[in-house]
Design a protein around this ligand. Structure first.
Ligand code: CA
Length: 502
């Protein structure tokens, strides 16, 4: 058992295992009560109103006194105001000494007209409306049985079903978010530039809103209301799919520079160790990727909101910084309109894992962005125009963040978890990293990389970061398949739709 203090300014530490009352912790300190793994212990006598400091940041103020060695639970802390978005300073912490990556190429699929290559070769079939999902799913079942074995260079056929498309206020200002997400999603590099859209015929999300005029033809679009009955429509779907599969089957992996790689970072089911093991290791891998020319996206607004000053300082210039503040402000307003604030983020599981509040969660969460400068800020579902570290603004919900990042061009996601989640995406491989070794032991066939070895002292953040970087390159190159991909664990797409439905 050890207790871990992250920053020398911290007045709390966390134990690596459950502590029985009376357990000595060194320096004359002992546990005053049962303290669960990952929960905060006061390192000194703290008075009511004292700031509680972890990661060198004030997590909140105590609503009652706590003696040295006492447990600090989430109910004892008053949440501080979120940092002001006016008067942020931009570009004051631009790091140039990023670590060099051990390799500079991966084996991917080039895509014409796309800055990024694919990591997989998938036929993605977009829908304009949920009404067509039943027919499409049953057609895809046939395609997988009858067609896929004939085209062995194609990895999968994926229906892009979603709940949007009709019964929605399609001209509401914020409807641009789900519409843009779907438009960009069907252009994800893992779909190789092949466009296939299935619509019904009377929906609000018309094909014109998803495709360019030149792309709308019988080559790419099937409207079910134009076909006589189920058998005819599924035959038409299979025929179109086969034309696309023939072309996808001609594709071969080839060495591509890392600049053709777009990796997404996300965490979910976080605990108090996420911020000291899995996320910093992902941050190191991110720095290696960025330094090698790749694009890395990180997201999850409510989980970076409390770290906005640190991120503002890392924004490459004032324009990027102002875009960051704009996205944060939009989200503050969005939450306020729903009668909540960022404190609505942590889950019961996060709290059970020792995360007292959103400040503590955010301080651990932004570690996954490493130290690189932020070169661009995207609105949800937008495509980037730059390469490097990009803040792709999305909600923190795992499926929503995954869907938005896919739309932004992500072709592989790295997912850090402390409590454990079997999360996976059909359109891109997901590498899962555990914050604790107990989770890897329990879920050995779900977790790909164990960052818990950082706590036990078996490996450093840098070593796990390098290992993760190699895992990313091997997975992107198709030499490795993460557990979620082997088991075909595919969560549903989940659009971010802040606009009204009707
Ligand atoms: Ca998440």
């Amino acid at each position: 058992m050890r207790i871990i203090q992250v920053d020398e300014r911290d007045n709390v530490a966390i134990p690596t295992a459950d502590l029985a009352p009376g357990t000595p912790m060194g320096g004359g300190l002992f546990a005053r009560s049962y303290i669960p793994q990952g929960h905060k212990i006061a390192m000194a006598d703290l008075r009511e109103g004292s700031p509680v400091v972890r990661y060198g940041a004030v997590l909140g103020h105590l609503m009652q006194p706590v003696q040295a060695g006492g447990l600090i639970s989430e109910t004892m802390l008053r949440l501080p105001e979120s940092p002001d978005l006016d008067g942020l300073e931009f570009g004051t912490d631009i790091v140039t000494d990023l670590p060099e990556p051990p390799v500079s190429v991966f084996e991917g699929y080039p895509v014409e007209g796309s800055p990024y290559g694919g990591t997989r070769n998938i036929l993605g079939i977009m829908t304009t409306v949920q009404c067509v999902a039943g027919v499409l799913n049953s057609a895809v079942e046939r395609m997988r049985k009858e067609l896929l074995p004939l085209y062995p260079a194609v990895d999968d056929i994926v229906p892009l079903n979603h709940p949007y498309g009709c019964g929605v206020a399609i001209d509401a200002p914020d409807a641009k978010i789900p519409i843009r997400t779907l438009r960009n999603l069907l252009r994800n590099p893992n779909f190789g530039g092949e466009l296939m859209v299935v619509g019904l015929g009377c929906e609000k999300l018309t094909v014109e809103r998803l495709l360019e005029p030149g792309e709308i033809s019988g080559e790419n679009v099937i409207m079910l209301q134009d076909h006589r009955g189920y058998v005819t429509m599924t035959d038409a779907l299979l025929e179109m799919a086969e034309r696309k599969l023939k072309r996808l089957n001609e594709r071969r992996r080839q060495p591509l520079p890392l600049s053709a790689l777009c990796v997404g970072m996300q965490c979910g089911g976080s605990d108090a160790f996420s911020g000291i093991t899995a996320n910093p290791a992902a941050g190191y891998a991110s720095d290696l990727l960025v330094s090698g020319g790749a694009t890395v996206m990180f997201s999850e607004v409510t989980e970076v909101r409390d770290g906005v000053r640190q991120l503002a300082a890392r924004c490459a210039d004032a324009f990027v910084g102002r875009r960051l503040a704009e996205e944060m402000r939009w989200y503050d307003d969005y939450l306020r309109a729903g009668g909540v604030d960022r404190s609505a983020n942590p889950t019961p599981g996060n709290k059970k894992g020792g995360l007292a509040n959103i400040v503590e969660k955010a301080m651990g969460s932004i570690a996954k962005s490493g130290r690189s400068p932020v070169v661009e800020v995207l609105s949800p579902g937008e495509r980037p125009s730059k390469r490097g570290l990009i803040y792709a603004s999305t909600p923190a919900g795992d499926m929503v963040c995954g869907t938005c990042q896919l739309a932004s061009g992500m072709t592989l996601q790295v997912f850090m978890t402390g409590r454990g989640t079997p999360y996976g995406l059909a359109a891109a491989p997901v590498i899962k990293v555990s914050s604790r070794s107990d989770l890897k032991d329990m879920w050995s066939d779900l977790i790909d990389v164990d960052a818990g070895v950082i706590v036990s002292g078996e490996a450093s953040i840098r070593e796990v970061g390098e290992l993760l970087f190699r895992e990313i390159v091997d997975t992107a190159s198709g030499r490795k398949r993460p557990w979620a991909e082997k088991h075909r664990l595919h969560n549903d797409l989940c659009l971010f739709n802040p606009a009204p439905i009707t």
